[in-house]
Design a protein around this ligand. Structure first.
Ligand code: NAD
Length: 298
């Protein structure tokens, strides 16, 4: 089955990334989309976010009419039942919590509920694709599709190939990315973190270490990276925006297993921040607040 035959897309996980991917699939791809999460409340929250985002960033800015927005919203149906979400899907993208056990359980069920030809993409930031694929009986159909945040804005999708991902699946995933207005970059998944996050993570970890050593404030470190290296945002403000600190702790065990203790262990300051309630992410406090509230006075 080629991409031209794909009509229905299912997105599993209606959180920060899932609702954005669903929105782009319906708005740019024109697909019928089912959006799934663990309960009705999480599904409703995801759908609300989609409506609010479309209203604020598209209708109010004159990029969509109210009628066009309604048509997009009508194409997205939420359900808390995974089987209901994926049973007639032609393409599935999973964007649930970054936890290997949760993802493997989801993929085991996706395998049972989807037709054999259906591609199962995962938006994992770095969990091992071959490991996730091993939970299914069609590991050749499982592929990493790592969208970047905010999905509507960022062009890149890393298409991560596990040891068992077929060329056909890799090609289809790339085609789907292009259909959604993105530029896929294929990489081989050898352990943890794909491509961009490995390179960027090294810089972010060093910036965290510098805050810890009080080399400068997070704001000045970011300013230096913007002014000196022409980055649109510094690594610390980007971490605050994306919720990097919470994700770093949530993925620590997996990272240690894949990359060893030295590279996998989260920095003590990240652990401290997350414990104190500063994980970053939309509407949540991050390192800038932690500096102002705690570190600068400590
Ligand atoms: P999030 O916490 O905002 O959303 C995760 C959602 O998954 C929640 O709504 C949760 O209820 C749901 N969920 C948990 N278990 C589930 C299950 N069994 N079935 C269905 N839904 C389930 O997290 P997020 O930031 O959207 O991240 C989702 C995925 O995207 C993760 O794999 C993450 O690594 C990846 N990712 C995140 C970013 C980012 O910037 N936040 C960027 C790229 C990739």
């Amino acid at each position: 089955m080629g991409l031209e035959n794909v009509r229905r897309v299912a997105v599993v996980g209606a959180g920060s990334m899932g609702n954005q991917i669903a929105q782009v699939a319906a708005r740019v791809g024109g697909y019928q989309v089912k959006l799934n999460d663990i309960n009705d409340e999480m599904v409703a929250k995801g759908l609300d976010t989609i409506r609010n985002t479309l209203q604020k960033h598209f209708v109010e800015k004159g990029k969509l009419t109210a009628e066009e927005m309604k048509a997009i919203v009508d194409r997205i149906v939420g359900t808390a039942k995974l089987e209901e979400a994926v049973k007639d899907a032609d393409f599935v993208i999973e964007a649930a919590a970054e936890n290997l056990a949760i993802k493997k359980d989801i993929f085991r069920r996706l395998d049972a509920f989807t037709a054999p030809h259906v591609i199962l993409g995962t938006n994992t930031s770095g969990l091992n694709i071959t490991d996730i694929a091993s939970a299914t009986k069609k590991p050749d159909k499982v592929v990493g599709m790592h969208f970047f945040n905010p999905v509507a804005v960022m062009k890149l999708v890393e298409v991560a190939r596990g040891a068992t991902t077929s060329q056909e699946t890799t090609d289809m995933a790339c085609e789907m990315c292009r259909k959604l207005g993105k530029e896929p970059i294929v990489c081989r998944d050898v352990g943890w973190g794909f491509l961009g996050n490995r390179a960027y993570g090294a810089m972010s970890d060093e910036a965290i270490q510098m805050v810890w050593e009080r080399v400068a404030s997070p704001m000045d470190i970011d300013r230096a990276m913007r002014l000196g290296f022409n980055l649109p945002m510094g690594p610390l403000e980007l971490g605050d925006l994306t919720g990097r600190w919470g994700l770093r702790i949530a993925s620590e065990e997996d990272r240690i297993r894949e990359m060893g203790e030295a590279r996998g262990r989260a920095h003590p300051m990240i652990r401290m921040m997350v414990r104190a309630g500063y994980p970053g992410g939309p509407g949540k406090k991050g390192i800038y607040d932690f500096w102002n509230d705690v570190l600068s006075k400590w």
